[in-house]
Design a protein around this ligand. Structure first.
Ligand code: PEP
Ligand code: MG
Length: 570
């Protein structure tokens, strides 16, 4: 029996079978966890303290505040040094935030005017949070990090224990509204065997870090609040289901089956191919030399997406051609002799670059972003292409180069000419429905396509990819999105040109097989997902992938699509 329930404005299915409650959300990291529920500890309430500190005590109060911020930063740095990859980056960024000059001086100013340290920390946080929220996109996402830092500093000032996730004594399933990045990054996968949040989306910090840590994870789950601490649950990160008080025998069998799968993943060495030998390159998404070297330690066969803009988010001025060439060269060196797809700057919207002179726009996601920043003045793009060409020459490599956010064949033609002039291989991303619909005409100008399912879902479904409330719309299993992928892949097959997928869809092992069935020729995903995708692909035949793809295209919603694919591909 199933009934619809409205949660945070979304219609959720809550199923009650034989008195068993099954909650559903968006699955983000496959795997099965069966354990008792824990929840994060309470956070300190932001302080509204109206006392006025005596003028004589204000210097000491300021020192107390700075000392607390330093302790918090040191703790976060220490945890960063004991983590790796995305977790280490998030913890290091949070440590930097605890000693951020803007934040510290805003609080200092308030303390000098007589406010107690706790109240000053809270008010300074509100001020900076309002500024970040106004900037929107990635900047607005930092508000959660800043509030997390504030809570840690408040706890330190009040002599309270550090807030956040308790360290459980036995394997547990962690349920929360949402998790601060620092909380997620510090999770121990041996003790947290599953993670479910009421908020969050496929690309939220929680999802990204859970994927890196390999913790089965579901986000945007309705009704989680009703599950009490200590309740036994079975969490399935492939189906997106949380079963409350499940049958113990079934649960143990599901966990055992998952262990067998996990062992196959651990053994997977590549290359990417189906059980019947159909080759599909399994590639890595990277953002700099460090990430590329980490990816090179996996079975990744190359780089399918190098997000160059992420190298420069902190720059006030445009990096020189030589500076850029050095950075790009590091990625080429990490994958010497292998395929590397470099994406030109995807600046704007959630990734503004200070040196790109973004105009003030009401709707930045629909504004001058991606390749559009170069349409009026192609200087930044020209210099970047010069840098890629220089890096290629030094490395003796011949990277493929693609533009983000292409909407028309004319843009593709214009971009391809610039890339070919420099002896490089041109391609474009398919992220806008208009480009998917005209993939055939676009392919007349370029040598390959790469589908960015994150943006393709955002623009197809008219739903902000950063919105957790809308994450069911931006689910890459949305059949409308997959129809556009199918159309793009067919255009590639007709012209005998490669069509890859480099959005989060390619990190979902089941969906990756469906994409192969749709005709996609390569899959590019976070390094942490490579072995799961490759191992799953090795268990299915191309014919089954094609059957699953056809079945999924017949469905009307993501849940039905997952069920149809699971029925064929397991
Ligand atoms: C995408 O949109 O799917 C993509 C890969 O690009 P990004 O996530 O960097 O926008
Ligand atoms: Mg994109």
């Amino acid at each position: 029996m199933s009934h619809a329930q409205v949660h945070d404005g979304q219609v959720q299915d809550v199923e009650v079978e034989d008195t068993r409650t099954v909650l559903r959300g968006t699955p983000v990291v496959p795997g099965v966890g069966y354990a008792r529920v824990i929840r994060p500890g309470a956070r300190p309430t932001p302080v509204v303290d109206d006392r006025e500190i005596d003028a004589a005590d204000r210097t000491a109060e300021g020192e107390k505040f700075r000392a607390a911020a330093t302790v918090v930063a040191e703790r976060l740095r220490d945890r960063a040094s004991r983590s790796s990859g995305a977790a280490a980056e998030v913890l290091a960024a949070n440590a930097a935030m605890a000693t951020d000059r803007g934040w510290i001086s805003a609080a200092d100013k308030l303390i000098k005017s007589g406010r107690p340290a706790t109240a000053a920390a809270s008010a300074a946080t509100d001020k900076i949070a309002a500024m970040l929220t106004k900037l929107g996109g990635l900047m607005a996402e930092r508000v959660t990090d800043l509030r997390d830092v504030r809570d840690r500093v408040l706890a330190e000032l009040e002599g309270a224990p550090e807030p956040g996730v308790p360290a459980p004594l036995e394997p547990s399933v962690l349920l929360a509204d949402d998790l601060a990045p620092a909380d997620t990054a510090g999770l121990n996968p041996a003790l947290i065997v599953g993670l479910a949040t009421s908020l969050g989306g496929q690309t939220s910090h929680t999802a990204i870090i859970a994927r890196q840590l390999g913790i089965p994870c579901i986000v945007a789950v309705g009704g989680l609040d009703d599950i009490a601490v200590g309740t036994l649950v079975l969490l399935d990160g492939s189906t997106g289901e949380v079963v409350v008080d499940p049958d113990p025998a079934t649960s143990r069998a599901a966990v055992a089956a998952h262990r067998v799968e996990a062992a196959a993943v651990a053994r997977w060495q590549g290359p990417g191919q189906t059980a019947d030998g159909h080759r599909v390159d399994v590639l890595a998404n990277v953002q700099d030399g460090l990430g590329a070297r980490a990816a090179a330690a996996t079975a990744a066969q190359g780089v399918g997406l190098f997000r160059t803009e992420l190298c420069f988010l902190d720059r006030d001025t445009e990096p020189t051609v030589a500076d850029q060439a050095g950075i790009y060269g590091e990625v080429l060196a990490a994958f010497a002799g292998s395929k590397v797809v470099v994406r030109t700057l995807d600046a704007g919207s959630d990734k503004p670059l200070r040196f790109a002179n973004h105009p003030d726009e009401a709707n930045p996601a629909l504004g001058i972003r991606g390749v559009r920043i170069a349409l009026q003045d192609s200087g930044i793009l020209d210099r970047q292409l010069d840098a890629i060409a220089a890096a290629a020459t030094s490395a003796g490599a011949s990277p493929w180069v693609m533009a983000p956010m292409i909407s028309t064949p004319a843009e593709a033609e214009w971009f391809a000419a610039k890339v070919r002039e420099r002896g490089l291989v041109p391609g474009v991303m398919i992220e806008v429905p208009a480009a998917a619909l005209l993939a055939e005409q676009i392919l007349a100008h370029v040598d390959f396509l790469s589908v960015g399912t994150n943006d393709l879902a955002q623009y197809t479904m008219a739903a902000d990819r950063m919105s957790s409330e809308l994450s069911s719309f931006t689910d890459p299993w949305q059949p409308a999105v997959l129809h556009l992928v199918a159309r793009t892949a067919k255009a590639g097959a007709d012209r005998n040109k490669p069509v890859g997928v480099c959005g989060e869809a390619a990190a979902d092992p089941l969906l990756a097989c469906v994409l192969v069935g749709l005709g996609v020729t390569s899959l590019s995903c976070a390094a942490a997902a490579i072995a799961s995708v490759g191992a799953k692909l090795g268990t299915v035949t191309l014919a089954d992938c094609r059957r699953a793809a056809a079945a999924v295209l017949e469905t009307a919603d993501p849940m039905a699509g997952r069920a149809a694919a699971t029925a064929i591909l397991g």
